[in-house]
Design a protein around this ligand. Sequence first.
Ligand SMILES: Nc1ncnc2c1ncn2[C@@H]1O[C@H](COP(=O)(O)OP(=O)(O)OP(=O)(O)O)[C@@H](O)[C@H]1O
Length: 250
Amino acid sequence: MTESLLIANQLNKSYLSAAGVQQDVLHDLSFSVDKGEFVAIMGPSGSGKSTLLNILSTLMAPTSGTVTINGKDIWQLSDKEVSKFRGQDMGFIFQNYNLIDSLTVQENISLPLTLQKAGAKKIKQAVKKVAQMLHIEEYLNKYPSELSGGQQQRVGAARALVHNPALIFGDEPTGALDSENAREMMNYLTTINANEGISIIMVTHDAFSASFASRILFLTDGQITKTINRDNQPREVFYQQVLSELGNFN
Ligand SMILES: Nc1ncnc2c1ncn2[C@@H]1O[C@H](COP(=O)(O)OP(=O)(O)OP(=O)(O)O)[C@@H](O)[C@H]1O
């Protein structure tokens, strides 16, 4: 039986502009993600994708509604518990990598474990494992500014994974990559999803990247207006389905 890892229930989010005007961005949005699932979120610009991802990943509070991860209502946790949860159970891959320029690649990747105060031996082993998997071993002693965009993005992915999280959040993880590096990143995410059972929730504009997911949620004006499942379809066939769904938005 599949088990829910994350349950979003009746999420609403409103922003108040500087002029005091309220903008309702998410409307009674509910869905769940099973353990080991790979879910993509697509939708037009301004439909609320990043807002939703920020709420799911504890970075922003909803105006109302709940997010439960591994049976815990994340907004009922203390700040300390949220930080611990974020540090241990979640990994983040962003479009702009968010690497720290003054730290080496090795130190950047180590960060989640350093923050957990893990021992030096454990850190070294974990960094070696992810660096091998992502083919970045030879860059460990370099600084981010010495690497290409694709290499930096792989370092960002290694940092998202080094602490063996249950759940990875991606915000346009292939946004800054050329098509070859995007394919490599998606193959890599598919591998860790299949082999390590890590769940992935990813926001993307890109039909190619989304076609690697097992389920795609389409957001329009802060509501899920369509869900499509890959089921047993080859990725190439699912890709055509994604393209035709996107055509409906235009
Ligand atoms: N911090 C904020 N304060 C006020 N309004 C915001 C804030 N963040 C987002 N918005 C507004 O909420 C709406 C949804 O924004 P959001 O970034 O979630 O959409 P998105 O679907 O991720 O868009 P894009 O694809 O362009 O990144 C937009 O109209 C945006 O202007």
